[in-house]
Design a protein around this ligand. Sequence first.
Ligand code: CMP
Length: 139
Amino acid sequence: AIERTFSILKPDATRRNLTGAINALIEKAGLRIVAQKRVQITRAQAETFYAVHKERPFFGELVETMIGGPVVVQVLEGEDAIRKYRDVLGATDPSKAAPGTIRKEFALSVGENSAHGSDAPETAAIEIAQWFSGNEIVG
Ligand code: CMP
């Protein structure tokens, strides 16, 4: 089915001018960027976005990393978009990511892993709604 998923190009990617190279991999996979904006997220926004991880030992570092510079938030649309984008991203830990994936090509570490993608339809809907109003998404 045609789905939408939510993506963040993280501060390590914006800092190294990699947003275009990552977008090229996204588009090559057949995903369409139907919304996109560059934002400096606040600590409160980062804590809300990653609330599911708040008991994890890496939560504090995750929040600091995500507010350490601008990010690019996106909505991606396409057939089976949630799974497809996770395949394009590769494993969370770049040392375990397959060749040709975003994280294998670009990520620095598990914390600075260049991009985020929603893990399920329910989380995709919540994440998209946190960052975009309906009229900002143009399919
Ligand atoms: P992301 O897909 O954005 O979702 C949660 C993030 O936590 C993950 O990518 C990683 O960047 C980050 N993270 C930092 N440390 C760890 C860790 N030890 N295990 C899993 N995720 C981690």
